[in-house]
Design a protein around this ligand. Structure first.
Ligand SMILES: Nc1c(C(=O)O)ncn1[C@@H]1O[C@H](COP(=O)(O)O)[C@@H](O)[C@H]1O
Length: 154
């Protein structure tokens, strides 16, 4: 994430990945404030065994795109909700990538962070049957909860 102030949002992604028992690393790396570290991270990510990158940033959110520019690993961008423009700035900075350097972009804020984790797990689930199985269980739990909540309506 671009700043520790994003953690409130991004911890929702971390919680889900942890729940699935998948190892992950969390870091503050800013394309603006730490350009060299951002470049080094993205450049060595694949060699360091990373399979998918989730990049959360707010405002002029260049981090996901700049990471994507420096690795061929899939990058999922989470637009963190900004104070000034409620995250519309973050969303537009992340989603409008030029053809050739894709960033999978989620919804703004907490829902986006959660979906980034699930999308990353789905990517891992293509080759990891344990993760795939847990995802199926997660969906079933969600389904059953939704059905049950409907039954309580009066
Ligand atoms: N968008 C970026 C980048 C980047 O894209 O490199 N670096 C920091 N930021 C964002 O600035 C916002 C305010 O950060 P501070 O709260 O640290 O001032 C955060 O949402 C962060 O993601």
């Amino acid at each position: 994430m671009g700043s520790s102030s994003d953690w409130e949002t991004m911890k929702e992604a971390a919680n889900i990945i942890e729940q699935f028992g998948v190892s992950f690393d969390k870091q503050v790396i800013s394309a603006h404030r730490m350009p060299q570290e951002m470049f080094d991270f993205a450049n060595s990510a694949a060699d360091n065994g990373i399979k998918v990158i989730i990049a959360g940033a707010g405002g002029a959110a260049h981090l996901p795109g700049m990471i994507a520019a420096n690795t061929i690993l899939p990058v999922i961008g989470v637009p963190v909700q900004s104070h000034a423009l409620s995250g519309l700035d973050s969303l537009l900075s992340i989603v409008q990538m030029p053809a050739g350097i894709p960033v999978a972009t989620t919804a703004i804020g907490v829902a986006g962070a959660k979906n980034a984790a699930l999308l990353a797990l789905q990517i891992l689930g293509i080759t990891d049957s344990q993760v795939a199985q847990k995802l199926t269980g997660y969906r079933k739990e969600m389904h059953d909860k939704a059905v049950k909540s409907g039954e309580t309506l009066v």
